[in-house]
Write a protein that binds this ligand. Structure first.
Ligand code: 13P
Length: 251
């Protein structure tokens, strides 16, 4: 269960939220043991989160929301994979629809960022998903699979087995309009089938597929019941500890 904080919370607020989350996850009345909990704060929070997680030996993992395709040098505003690795990041979200939309990120660029993340020792969370027009045209499966093909290009089957793909239909993000569990399953299953065709069984079975888009504690259960949904990428609800805690005990 990964919480994408997007551009919310400064480093002090980040520490408070992670402390509260750790407290929630330590509640012995629930078994969180089988759930990997990940927070994805803004870059400026990462050092504080690292210090807290290391200092208190928290089992929470964390990642970054983006990464540069460049290693270093004259790229003002960019953050390299090596910098994120040094900060203890386990994951990097690449190709979020907000970056595809507002920063014109192509599958080619997303693919390059995914490769940089993996080479830097972090697992990319590769985001894919269609907009409303594509969904209404009934083209959501081929559209999303084309993003999967482009974004996962050049990875070996062994590497694909360790990756994470997040299916986030754009029309369900931040709108309160959650895809039905069947909608999520349809596309997540198509993604796994495509990976099976291209990379084989081990890659398809190892790949973790997340659903994202208006996930809340109240709707997570039905989504997680679906066989090809392995977890969720949560936006707004991940900023509220009670909600995110509820999402993490979906079972
Ligand atoms: P919401 O959960 O706020 O709809 O955001 C989903 C998302 O974009 C996570 O990356």
């Amino acid at each position: 269960m990964a919480g994408n904080w997007k551009m919310n919370l400064n480093h002090q607020e980040a520490v408070v939220l992670v402390q509260k989350l750790a407290w929630t996850l330590s509640d012995k009345r629930h078994d969180y043991g089988s759930v990997e909990v990940v927070v994805v704060p803004p870059f400026t929070d990462l050092r504080s989160v690292q210090t807290l997680v290391d200092g208190d030996r928290l089992s929470i993992r964390y990642g970054a929301q983006d990464v540069s395709v460049h290693d270093n040098g004259a790229y003002t505003g960019e953050i390299s994979a090596a910098m994120l690795g040094k900060l203890g990041c386990s994951y990097v979200v690449v190709g979020h629809s907000e970056r595809r939309m507002h920063h014109s990120e192509s599958d080619e660029l997303v693919n390059a960022k995914a490769h940089k993340s993996l080479a830097g020792g972090m697992t990319p969370i590769v985001c894919v998903g269609e907009g409303l027009d594509v969904r209404q045209a009934g083209e959501h499966v081929p559209f999303t699979l084309s993003q999967v093909d482009g974004s996962l290009d050049g990875f070996t089957a062994e590497q694909v087995a360790g990756l994470v793909v997040a299916y986030e239909p754009v029309w369900a993000i931040g709108t309160g309009e959650v895809a039905t569990p069947d909608d999520a399953q349809e596309v997540c299953s198509a993604i796994r089938t495509r990976v099976r065709e291209v990379h084989g069984d081990a890659a398809a079975d190892g790949l973790r597929i997340l659903y994202g888009g208006s996930v809340k504690a109240a709707n997570v259960g039905g989504i997680m019941d679906k066989p090809d949904v392995d977890g969720c990428l949560v936006g707004g609800a991940s900023l509220q500890v009670d909600e995110f805690g509820g999402i993490c005990r979906f079972y």
